[in-house]
Design a protein around this ligand. Sequence first.
Ligand code: 5GP
Length: 346
Amino acid sequence: MHIENTVRLDFKDVLIRPKRSTLTSRSEVDITRSFKFLHTSTPYHAIPIIAANMDTTGTFAMARALAEHGLSTALHKHYSVEEYVDFFSKLETKSSAFYSLGIGDGDWEKFREVMRLSGNAVSFVCIDVANGYTEAFVSFVKKVRDTFPDLVIMAGNVVTGDMTEELLLSGADIVKVGIGPGSVCTTRKMTGVGYPQLSAIIECADAAHGLGGRICADGGCTVPGDIAKAFGGGADFVMLGGMFAGHDEAGGERVELDGKVYRRFYGMSSKDAMDKYSGGVAKYRAAEGKSVLLPERGPVENTVQDILGGVRSACTYVGARRLKELTMRTTFVRVSMQINEVFGKS
Ligand code: 5GP
C-alpha cells in the first residue's frame, strides 16, 4: 500500500485569477482552435467542445444542432450500420461527429462495415472504455491505427501522465481524460477509484503536449466556468454529458410528473442502460452509473450560447484574445482546503 500526499484538485477547488487585459469586448475573443494531430494529417478547425457519446446526448439530432454552432458530437454506439452510413456519407464538416466504439469484436466488425459501405466517410473516432489501463485497450488502439492510418483517434479514459503517453505512442491522437467525475457516474462510490478531474487534466495535458498529443477533458463540468477551468488547466477539448442532456435534441424518455415534464438521463453503465442494451446487469458486475430526471430544457441552442458566452468571458477576464492563449494566461487560486490543512493535522 502507498499513500500520495500531494494535493489534487477538482474544479470546485479553484478560481481563475483576473489579469490585466487590452481586450474591450468578448466579441474580440476567438474560441475556435486549429489542431494538427500526432498521427494523421487530417486537419481540425472548430470550437473544441464535444457532446458525450451517451445515448442521451450523442444523437444525430444533437450532432446537427451543435454543428451549426461549430461544436462536435461523439455519437453513441447504438445506431445501426445503415444509419451511420447514411449520416456520415452526408456529413459536411468531418470533425463535427466522432464515431464511437468499444473494444469488443462486435464493435470492430460494425465499424469496418460502416467504413466499407460509406467509402471511409468517418474521419474522427472515439474509442471509449471505462478503464483505459488494460493491455487489451492499448492493443485495440494499435489495431485501429494500423488499419486506418488517416483516422483521428480519440481514446480513453485515463487520468495519469504515464498512460496518456502510452496511448499516444500506441496510435491515439487525443487522449480522453476522466475516471469518476461524470454527473451520472457512480464509479467512485462503487469502487473507490478515481482522480480529481482538474489535476488529471493538468497532469495528462502536460504529458500529452510533451509528445505533440492532445487531450479531451471528459466529465465533471456542471457550469460554463468549469469548462473555462478545464481549458485553463490545459485541456485541448472538453466533453460534456449532463450539460447537454435534457434538451430537445438529446435522447432520453420524456416523463410527466405533477404537471412538469422531465427527461430521463442515465449513465451508460447504469442499470437502465444495461437493461436496454445488454439484457440486464451481468451477475459478475455492478452498475457504475445512475439515472436521474432532468427538467426538460428546450432547444440546445440557448445552452450553447451560455457556454460559449462563459468561455469567451473567461478569456476576456485574463486577457486571452484566443482560446489557445487561455492556459498560458491562467493562474488558479485555491479556494478550498483539505480538512487536515484547515485543522493543522499532518
Ligand atoms: P458529465 O459531463 O455528465 O459530468 O460526464 C459525462 C461523462 O461521464 C461521459 O462522457 C462518460 O465518460 C462518463 N459516463 C457516462 N456514463 C457513465 C456511467 O454510467 N458510469 C461512469 N463511470 N461514467 C459514465
